[in-house]
Design a protein around this ligand. Structure first.
Ligand code: ADE
Length: 226
């Protein structure tokens, strides 16, 4: 998969893309990350935002630097990306959207800053708008990292067999069952006997039961999807 990230703050990504699963995915040749600094494509490099028409607080990201960046990238290749705009007004990001995006060969994530985007970016670029939750962040960079992480770990081959099998064993709408590792007792708290019994059928039943119990207690809204 190719992932292009258009941002005013490309340095913010270097650490995140250079560690853990995102780094391993690149090293395995399963994903390629390209960072584009929107400012470099602006007609006037000092000016990527401006005051909103009609007044109001804050600054709005101008259309031309974003259109110029997308245009320059599209000149390099005939393959058209799935364009994603990170905005609090977008569709709520979820595991099912991540799964859908993991099938794409080429994603382009466009990060805004300031109060928002000029509406013509939405209208003219055919973007899929994504919000990572009902709160306002100061830019689309952290949301883009969230989307990249959630998507890349789903690309076949990125996670080891064991990890991917574990994450697929139950429906995505069920919360995880409680997990334990050594020692068998810690500060008076014991690991449930059944998990140490070696009885695979019983262990599976325990895990399913506790995943359901946790979902009922914490996310009853998820239950009708199961
Ligand atoms: N930009 C600012 N806030 C955001 C959010 N919650 N999701 C996606 N992009 C954003």
């Amino acid at each position: 998969m190719r992932i292009d990230i258009l941002t005013l703050f490309s340095e913010m990504f270097e650490n995140v893309l250079g560690h853990s699963i995102l780094k391993i995915a690149r090293e395995k040749g399963l994903v390629q990350y390209n960072l584009f600094n929107i400012r470099e494509y602006a007609d006037n490099k000092r000016c990527v935002d401006d005051r909103p028409y009609g007044g109001g607080p804050g600054m709005v990201m101008k259309p031309e630097p974003v259109f110029n960046t997308v245009g320059a990238i599209e000149q390099q290749t005939d393959v058209r990306p799935r364009k994603i705009l990170l905005t609090p007004q977008g569709a709520r990001f979820s595991q099912s959207i991540a799964r859908e995006l993991a099938k794409e060969p080429y994603l382009m994530l466009i990060c805004g800053h300031y109060e928002g985007f000029d509406e013509r970016i939405r209208i003219g670029l055919d973007v899929f708008e994504i919000s990572i939750g009902d709160y306002v962040l100061s830019g689309g960079e952290i949301p883009a990292m969230v989307v990249v992480d959630a998507v890349v770990r789903l690309i076949p081959g990125v996670l080891g067999d064991q990890e991917s099998a574990a994450s697929e064993s139950f429906s995505d709408d069920l919360l995880e069952y409680p997990q334990y590792t050594r020692p068998a007792e810690y500060r008076g708290m014991k690991v449930p006997e059944v998990l140490m019994s070696g009885h695979h059928q019983k262990i599976k039943e325990w895990q399913r039961e506790h995943a359901l119990k946790r979902t009922v207690e914490r996310r009853p809204d998820n239950l009708n999807k199961i």
